[in-house]
Design a protein. Structure first.
Lengths: 353, 1052
């Protein structure tokens, strides 16, 4: 029972250890500090031209093109091209069964040869003044007639062939081999490819600005959005009854022939200085930077000497980039564009661009 | 439940010696019974339900309504009002705490039920039925009204399944397999999969082309819908047989869709869907997704059915997971983000270990202080009582959780108390020369009434908590009084039945006397108790000599202690020690998932660099399932992200939080990052100031100025308002003249824009086996568009025959809408939330905020109230106080019953205050806050005080009955009772040492109160109470005569 001696000592020691041990973790007290300055993102205000670019949906239309037809009646013997084929100017496209025309030409030739022969004979007589004038004149007329007949017969033979009047692409074939055609019935449609047209519909309130010569950039969806420049050439004068819009056409170069009629494209028109609402030197802020106060007024937070400051502004509408600010802030101001939910007037801030 | 025990005990009282006699007479049966019960207790310990905490009932549900295209104001007027009318028509709904939020196109009502609703299921069933009728009253644009009643369900396990190489679809299939496996486990309840991304077939239309073909998306949608539609095709009926007719689905693949003919012209040419639209299979741009450590994953949330052993479930799930792991490809991995079974297992094991340490500590103290044989008997009652109690817990369905375990630890001191009182008396009696048998009988009966009253007093004082507390705290405490009552009653029975037999068998010598003689004769140099007795005798002599001084000193110390106590900061529900914490990232309304993810990813990268961080599960655009009962998940949205960060250890969590919270809370300019340490407080925000009233502009003004002031208060962080930044809408204003000329109606414009600017309208489903792939109609502007796209949008004219840009007949203006509108109890409200600097007391800061607000000029019609932790605490505090008051009243009546003297009872009740100084000093030394468990500690201190006082005063009365004078009786009684009182106090103090050292935020306050409070209170019990009792009695006229009536008659 000797250890009883130590008991109080042990208990006291244990108590002391426990107390000290706990003390170290117990009495520690955290110092209450103010919240650190709020980190916010700011944007330096600069006036920029509002990109008030208008976009229209357009369709590529063929430029100058023609429908070709035979000028003589006949049965089609051959068509040498098929739709979609590229042709160059002067290329043979189709011909008619031309035997009767050749025969007629031959007859005309024979008649001409006969007339020439008679003419040669009578000339001698005439030179010798042995022929009355009236007969000579008759002979001359006959010869001219025979010559013209022959020329006409040969032309007719030629007319039984169609040559490409312009370089382009065969857009359409409307007759087939063996078909009898009469003059002026289109057989083939060729579209020229050098220049094509882009047609857009312009609402009436925007038509005033569509003056010939205005430039536009055209993005063609089918060519992966490839853009080309175009120039306004025609301005419609009659509104489409359905869409209440006017047709406006642009000329666009198609040297490589990739633009095909019917392709859809979007036409972007840069604003014209005076006529359209594109304001210059306006301030555009990201939408989230413009807030609404309790009294229903718009305001922004400015970073002013390391402190947040509230500033009322007037807004001037929505654009692709944000909200136009018509008054309240000036170029050079730093507007807070992120972290607005953490600040009040006078809150200390750290600005990051 | 335990009332049986309370009933058992009183019976023997009618013939006091009976129980002891019976115990001795049928000692074999007693021993056999003890052995059987102990064996049962061991069996119970292994098999009983274990949980970290008692199951909380979260009485909360959510009603959500979706109305695309409506502004928050419209939502408030058109949808929220009728819904609120309906919600508030139920009496079960707690109006005060039910609140709602309106944001763009969305309404959410967080319906809280009254705390007295025990089973919410019937309510929700009725509620959902009634909701069908309400839906009809809502605007036709309201797409869905959903009632989510399982909002409070807590996941036991969150398992992520991640892979770099597998698609979501493949992961989904593996997940289905896993679910099928887990479903075979009986204890597994609801399982939900989160983060799944579905494939879709996107038909991206080009509106221009459609116009070209004179088509519009409406007709196309209808066409697709009709092709994907399937219905019964009738049947071929004959007399003998009926054959159903099936029509083959015509769309089975992307190719089918592309080739689908949408228009055929008279000349035989056709237009196929592929001509006007791009058809491709894709994963839609996710509105929300989950990653684990940066790898895409899907998440399985597993809940446990009620009434099962979670540790057991965890084991079975692990078995299935192991089997599953061996079958899935190596690049698919599983990871458990939260694992309640393991947490529970380790926390229960920790607590069991603490219990064992506590038992050992108590036994050592007893061994040190008492002669060996006495110590042996006293110590042996501890395991016996505990095992028998565990057996009874099991029988009564009380589960083993930290609350019941804390109860066991708390009661250790009290368990030995009963035995010690009896053995001590026995040894004294035989010292006085009584024979063993009579001494045994007398020791059993002499204090029976006293220890019964005392035990009853301690047990019963905790029951008022069940009466007054509501909600989560009540759930938390439900088992506590029952468990304590069982343990104490068991220890009483053990002390009465088993101890007499043991002492009779083992102690034959008058040990104390021998010891004193040994010292007197110089054989033994020192005995702790002999010395202690000497010191005490001197002390009590002095006290009796200067009674007034003693009392004055006591009063002064008590008042000082009370002051000390009440100035301690409040923190009723502490943080939860976990090796994980949550991070919530809020960006302004309108922020895209992409930007939110950028912030989340950069924060994740920063956190991932830390060695202490083990894993980060990141929820982009959504919130995690409820993985801890008190952590209510936030409402997700594209502007919200959440992490569950797992760390190496509980300590690492605290270190990481301490380091990162200040540095990254406002690191991202556009984001507020909340590092949320898990806690037992169910307040969503630590500080919440609610500004409510009917004039919204006024509310906004007031809340703005309050916010500005709050931002200047030290210790507050991230002050923000529920209003959020306004959301700038693009408001399309049709010009009526132009629009009507073009045949445009508002409905048509809305429908067209909805189709073209929404993420896709589902029109059909293509089935690949059991995998349904929705076909959605989109346009190029579905995922990426600006205001100028909207202006240029070609609107179909004359059913698509032609088109006109939107700007031809409408203007697009910016329109500012409030980001979020809130209602509480049906009244508009703006709440201002703030975080609090780490390790700074929230209640204290809330008071600071209120001081500032009080100094402001708040206009009439605007009401300011506090939410957050303060509200939480202040709802609970009166309940705790009420419980305390009732406990005091009960103690009063027990004492009154016991002594039949009002003044004694009043004295005892007053002396209850003597507990406070000890508790206060302890809390000051440890820097502990006033918490719920700390109050529990004080209540048990009160119990210990009353118990010791009763034993002491009873003995004094006994002595007076034997003819001693008042002063002598009290004086002698004090001297005699000093030893057992010291002993039990020492035992109680040592019992809680592991609790104090363990540093559990939840239980440490209780440990501290008892550790410091018991010894200090003991000094008061041994000095102040005898003196006060003496003085009080001396003032009565019959002071010097023995009590008029025998004690027993008061009892019944």
């Amino acid at each position: 029972m000797k250890n009883y001696i130590k008991t109080p000592v042990i208990i006291a020691a244990l108590g002391a250890v426990v107390l000290l041990g706990f003390n170290s973790c117990g009495l520690k007290k955290e110092k209450i500090t103010a919240a650190p300055p709020v980190k916010v993102e700011v944007m330096a205000v600069s006036s920029s031209d509002v990109s008030n670019t208008r976009t229209y949906s357009g369709t590529i239309e063929s430029g100058d093109g023609s429908e070709v037809s035979f000028s003589v009646p006949g049965t089609i013997r051959n068509i040498y091209v098929s739709p979609g084929q590229k042709v160059t100017k002067g290329q043979l496209l189709a011909d008619l069964n031309s035997e009767s025309l050749v025969n007629a030409a031959n007859i005309a030739d024979a008649t001409l040869a006969e007339a020439k022969d008679a003419y040669a004979r009578l000339k001698k007589l005439h030179d010798a003044n042995a022929l009355p004038d009236i007969q000579w004149t008759e002979m001359q007329t006959k010869l001219t007639q025979a010559e013209n007949s022959a020329a006409m017969a040969h032309r007719a033979v030629n007319d039984a062939r169609i040559y490409a009047p312009v370089s382009g692409i065969i857009a359409e074939k409307t007759a087939d081999v063996g078909q009898t055609v009469v003059p002026a019935v289109p057989v083939l449609k060729i579209v020229a490819l050098g220049d094509v047209k882009v047609s857009i519909s312009v609402p009436e309130n925007e038509i005033a600005a569509m003056k010939p010569g205005r430039e536009a950039s055209v993005a063609i969806d089918a060519l992966d959005g490839e853009t080309r420049q175009a120039v306004l050439t025609e301005q419609g004068v009659v509104a489409n009854p359905l869409s209440r819009a006017y047709d406006v056409k642009f000329r666009i170069s198609n040297a490589d022939g990739t633009l095909l009629p019917g392709m859809l494209c979007s036409v972007k028109l840069a604003p014209v200085e005076s006529s359209e609402s594109g304001e210059q030197g306006s301030i555009v802020l990201p939408p989230q930077a413009v807030l609404l106060s309790a009294d229903n007024r718009n305001f922004v937070w400015l970073s002013n000497g390391g402190k947040a400051q509230m500033r009322y502004v007037e807004q001037g509408g929505l654009t692709a980039d944000g909200i136009i600010i018509s008054s309240g802030i000036n170029p050079g101001d730093s507007v807070i564009i992120a972290g607005m939910q953490k600040i009040s007037n006078g809150t200390e801030i750290i600005a990051a661009e | 439940m335990a009332s049986q025990d309370t009933n058992q005990a009183p019976k023997p009282l009618q013939k006091p010696a009976g129980i002891v006699v019976a115990g001795l007479k049928y000692r074999r049966i007693v021993i056999l019974l003890s052995v059987v019960l102990i064996a049962f207790g061991i069996y119970a310990l292994i098999n009983m339900d274990k949980n970290e905490f008692p199951s909380f009932t979260i009485r909360e549900g959510v009603v959500a309504a979706v109305y695309p295209g409506a502004t928050p104001e419209q939502m408030e007027q058109e949808v929220l009002k009728p819904l609120e009318d309906y919600v508030f028509s139920y009496k079960e709904v707690n109006k005060k705490t039910t609140y709602s939020q309106c944001s763009d196109g969305m309404v959410m009502i967080f319906v809280e039920l009254d705390d007295n609703v025990q089973d919410a299921t019937p309510f929700w069933n009725e509620f959902k039925l009634g909701m069908d009728a309400v839906k009809l009253k809502l605007p036709s644009g309201v797409l869905a009204v959903e009632t989510i009643s399982n909002f409070g369900d807590t996941s036991s396990l969150l398992i992520t399944m991640q892979s770099d190489q597998k698609t979501y679809r493949e992961l989904g299939q593996y997940m289905d397999d896993l679910r099928d496996r887990l479903r075979t486990i009986e204890s597994v309840g609801t399982m939900d999969v989160y983060g799944k991304q579905g494939e879709q077939i996107a038909v991206t239309l080009d509106p221009e082309k459609l116009t070209h073909y004179a088509l519009n998306e409406k007709t196309l949608g209808a066409l697709l819908l009709s092709k994907g539609f399937q219905t019964t095709g009738g049947s071929l009926r004959s007399d003998y047989y009926t054959q159903p007719i099936h029509v083959e689905r015509s769309i089975n693949s992307v190719y089918d869709l592309e080739q689908m003919i949408i228009m055929s012209l008279p000349d035989g040419s056709v237009v196929r869907l592929g001509d006007v639209a791009k058809v491709e299979k894709e994963y839609a741009d996710p509105t929300s997704y989950i990653t684990n450590n940066g790898t895409k994953c899907i998440l399985l949330s597993v809940q446990m059915k009620d009434g099962y052993n979670i540790v057991e479930m965890g084991r079975e799930v692990n078995k299935q997971l192991d089997a599953f792991n061996s079958e899935i490809p190596a690049d698919v991995t599983l990871y458990k983000i939260t694992d309640q079974p393991t947490v529970v297992n380790s926390s229960v094991n920790d607590f069991l270990r603490e219990l064992v340490i506590a038992i050992v500590a108590v036994v050592i103290v007893i061994m040190f202080l008492l002669p060996f044989k006495v110590a042996l008997i006293a110590a042996s009652t501890i395991p016996i009582a505990i095992f028998i109690s565990l057996g009874l817990f099991y029988m009564f369905g009380i589960e083993l959780n930290t609350v019941t375990l804390a109860c066991l630890i708390l009661s250790l001191g009290m368990i030995v108390d009963n035995s010690v009182v009896i053995i001590d008396d026995y040894v004294e009696l035989i010292s006085e020369g009584m024979d063993h048998k009579s001494a045994t009988l007398r020791s059993g009966t002499e204090f029976l009434k006293a220890i019964f009253s005392a035990t009853l007093a301690i047990s019963i004082t905790f029951f008022p908590f069940l009466l007054t507390m509501t909600g989560m705290f009540r759930d938390f405490l439900t088992d506590f009084p029952w468990a304590l009552t069982i343990i104490l009653m068991v220890s009483l029975i053990v002390a009465e039945l088993l101890v007499p037999f043991l002492q009779y068998k083992l102690i034959k010598q008058p040990i104390y006397k021998q010891e004193q003689e040994a010292i007197a004769s110089g054989k033994k140099k020192f005995s702790f108790f002999v010395s202690l007795q000497k010191v005490y005798n001197k002390l009590i002599t002095v006290c009796f000599k200067y009674p007034k001084t003693t009392l004055i000193v006591s009063v002064v110390v008590t008042v000082g202690g009370i002051l000390l106590f009440v100035t301690r900061p409040f923190k009723l529900m502490p943080i939860a020690e976990r090796n994980q914490f949550a991070v919530e990232i809020f960006l302004p309304t309108g922020t895209s998932v992409k930007r939110t993810s950028e912030v989340a990813d950069s924060l994740e990268a920063i956190l991932a660099k830390d060695d202490r961080v083990v894993s980060i599960a990141s929820f982009h655009g959504c919130s995690s399932p409820r993985f801890q009962a008190t952590y209510a998940p936030q409402v997700g949205g594209p502007n919200f992200a959440q992490f569950i960060v797992n760390t190496k250890s509980d300590e690492a969590t605290i270190e990481v939080l301490n380091e990162y919270t200040d540095a990254y809370e406002t690191y991202f300019p556009d984001a507020i990052v909340r590092f949320k340490q898990l806690s037992y407080s169910n307040a969503a925000y630590p500080i919440e100031i609610r500004v409510s009233g009917n004039d919204f502009a006024q509310l906004q003004q007031v809340s703005d100025s309050i916010m500005a002031r709050m931002r200047q208060i030290d210790g507050l962080r991230c002050v923000r308002s529920s209003l959020d930044n306004p959301l700038v809408a693009a408001n399309v204003v049709p010009n009526s003249v132009q629009a009507s000329r073009l045949g445009q109606t508002n409905l048509g414009v809305e429908a067209t824009l909805a189709m073209r600017y929404s993420t896709g309208v589902p029109v059909a489903t293509v089935w690949e086996g059991d995998y349904g792939i929705p076909v959605v109609l989109k346009t190029p502007t579905s995922d990426d568009a600006s205001a100028s796209d909207l202006l240029d949008e070609p609107m179909p004219v004359a059913l698509g025959a032609s088109s006109a840009p939107l700007r031809q007949f409408a203007d697009v203006e910016p329109q500012w809408n409030h980001g979020q509108l809130s209602h509480r109890n049906g009244i508009p409200e703006i709440s201002i939330m703030a975080e609090v600097q780490r390790n700074v007391n929230v209640i204290d800061r809330t008071e600071a905020v209120m001081d500032v607000i009080d100094s402001m000029d708040i206009p009439d019609g605007v009401t300011i109230s506090r939410g957050g932790d303060w509200d939480n605490s202040m709802t609970i505090l009166p309940q705790i106080m009420e419980a305390l008051a009732i406990a005091v009243v009960i103690i009063f009546f027990i004492i009154l019953f016991h002594y039949a003297q009002i003044n004694t009872a009043v004295l005892m009740v007053l002396s209850l205050l003597l507990c406070i100084p000890g508790a206060g000093i302890g809390m000051l030394i440890q820097g502990t806050n006033i918490s719920l468990t700390c109050v529990l500690g004080i209540v048990s201190l009160m119990g210990i005080l009353v118990r010791n006082a009763i034993v002491l005063l009873d003995y004094a009365e006994e002595l007076r009955n034997q003819g001693a004078t008042l002063k002598d009786a009290i004086f002698q009684a004090s001297q005699r009772r000093m030893r057992p009182i010291f002993l039990t106090s020492a035992a109680a103090t040592m019992g809680v040492v592991p609790m104090v050292i363990g540093g559990s935020a939840l239980w440490q306050p209780m440990g501290v109160v008892i550790f410091y409070g018991t010894p200090i209170t003991m000094i008061f019990i041994l000095t102040t109470i005898p003196v006060a009792y003496w003085k009080m009695k001396a003032r009565n006229k019959g002071a010097n005569s023995p009590l008029d009536e025998p004690l027993e008659t008061h009892m019944i």
